[in-house]
Write a protein that binds this ligand. Structure first.
Ligand code: MN
Length: 154
């Protein structure tokens, strides 16, 4: 688990955000299959952005997407990888008080399940089943923490 960075940035007596458990068991479906989740949170912090999060190995892998996720094919959006968040964060909405990391309003913009179809060293390809976001998306790591997120036909 890799929540150390997440937890070290926050004072949990001062923010309503979840602390996260170290060993949260993965949720399993009736047939032992887990349907991983994704969430997009609109975060009205010092600079408005959208946080895109995918459940991978028991945590939410997270990217800050300044312009939000596009529903148009091949419209690339910069997505900057941020620290892993606990799974419980997918349900978080509320106000992070001033003086705390990420101070501002958080609301869930979209949420659903996804299927990972391809993983390489530099890319994730997955199908989103959200209320707003549907279809195949690519996250492509082009430099350091910088990724492109876009919808694809192929
Ligand atoms: Mn954020």
């Amino acid at each position: 688990m890799s929540l150390d960075k997440y937890q070290s940035k926050r004072k949990f007596e001062k923010t309503p955000e979840p602390k996260g458990k170290a060993d949260l068991p993965l949720k399993k479906g009736a047939e032992g299959k887990s349907q991983p989740i994704f969430v997009v949170q609109k975060h009205d912090a010092s600079r408005l952005h959208f946080d895109f999060r995918l459940e991978i190995n028991g945590v939410l892998k997270s990217w800050a997407v300044p312009k939000g996720v596009s529903e148009k094919f091949d419209e690339k959006r910069l997505a900057v990888m941020t620290e892993d968040h606990p799974l419980e964060y997918a349900d978080f909405e509320g106000t992070i008080p001033q003086g705390n990391y990420g101070a501002g309003q958080v609301e869930i913009w979209d949420k659903g399940t996804y299927e990972m179809t391809e993983v390489t060293e530099k890319a994730f390809v997955f199908i989103l089943h959200g209320k707003k976001l549907q279809g195949k998306y690519v996250l492509f790591n082009f430099k350091d923490k910088n990724w492109f997120l876009f919808k694809t036909k192929s």
